[in-house]
Ligand binder design. Structure first.
Ligand code: ATP
Length: 210
C-alpha cells in the first residue's frame, strides 16, 4: 500500500485532482467527510464542541453550523486551537482505521487522502508521499470567487489566513501544477500516477511542472 497525502490551498483543485486519480484506480479518502462524520449530533466530538462553543453554533436540526463555527474561529486563534484539539484526534483515528482497512484488503492499494491542512497539522509525517496541488494566488482567487461567490476581498481574506502555497512546496514529493486547463492537469496526473506504485518514504522531490 502507498499512503499519499494530497494537499494544496483553498480552491487549488484538490477535489478535482483527487477525482482524476480515482478514475485511474486510486482509493480516495476525504478527510473533510471524516470530520463531518465525527461531528455528528450526539457523538463525543459534537458534545465537546457544544460544551465549549454553546448551542449558538447549532442549526435547527442540532447539526453543527460550520459557517457559524468558522466565523468564530477565523477571528480567534485560541478558540481555533481548542476546536482542533477536540476534532483532530478523532479524525486522525478514523483516517488511520480506514487506511488499515483498505490496506488489509488490497496490499497494492494506492490510497490518496485529500487533507487540506496536511502540512499545517503535521500529518505529512504520517504519509509515505505528499502531492501538492499548486495554483498561483491569482488563479486561486479567481476560482474561489467563482465557486463560492466571494467578493475579491472575501477571497483575498481567505487566502491570507492560510499558509502560503509556496511554503508548502518543500514538503511535496510531487507538485501538480493546476494553473492551466483540466486537460493539462490530467496529463500531469497521468505522469504522476505511473510513478506511485511501490513508492515508500524518501521519494525524491520532483516538480511536475509544464
Ligand atoms: P477546497 O479545499 O476549497 O474545497 P479544492 O482544492 O478541493 O478546494 P476544487 O474544488 O477541486 O478545489 O477546485 C476549485 C474550483 O476550481 C472548482 O470550482 C473547480 O471546478 C475549479 N477548477 C479546478 N481545477 C481547475 C482547472 N484546471 N481549470 C478550471 N477550473 C478548475
Amino acid at each position: 500500500m502507498v499512503n499519499i497525502g494530497l494537499t494544496g490551498g483553498i480552491g487549488s483543485g484538490k477535489s478535482t485532482v483527487a477525482r482524476l486519480f480515482q478514475k485511474r484506480g486510486a482509493y480516495i479518502i476525504d478527510i473533510d467527510a471524516i470530520a463531518h462524520l465525527v461531528e455528528k449530533p450526539g457523538g463525543m466530538v459534537w458534545n465537546r464542541i457544544v460544551e465549549y462553543f454553546g448551542r449558538k453554533i447549532l442549526n435547527k436540526n442540532n447539526i453543527i453550523d460550520r459557517e457559524a463555527l468558522g466565523e468564530i474561529v477565523f477571528r480567534d486563534s485560541e478558540k481555533l486551537e481548542e476546536l482542533n484539539s477536540i476534532v483532530h484526534p478523532a479524525v486522525f483515528d478514523e483516517w488511520r482505521r480506514r487506511l488499515d482497512d483498505i490496506g488489509s484488503k488490497d496490499e497494492d492499494a494506492i490510497i490518496i487522502s485529500d487533507i487540506p491542512l496536511l502540512i499545517e497539522v503535521g500529518w505529512h509525517r504520517a504519509v509515505d508521499l505528499v502531492i501538492l496541488v499548486y495554483t498561483s494566488p491569482d488563479v486561486q482567487t479567481e476560482r474561489i470567487m467563482e465557486r463560492n461567490c466571494y467578493s475579491y476581498k472575501e477571497a483575498k481574506d481567505r487566502l491570507r489566513a492560510q499558509m502560503p502555497m509556496d511554503e508548502k512546496i518543500p514538503f511535496a514529493d510531487f507538485v501538480i501544477n493546476n494553473k492551466g486547463t483540466l486537460e493539462e492537469t490530467e496529463a500531469i496526473v497521468d505522469r504522476v500516477w505511473k510513478e506511485l506504485p511501490g513508492k515508500g518514504r524518501n521519494a525524491k522531490n520532483q516538480e511536475m511542472k509544464r
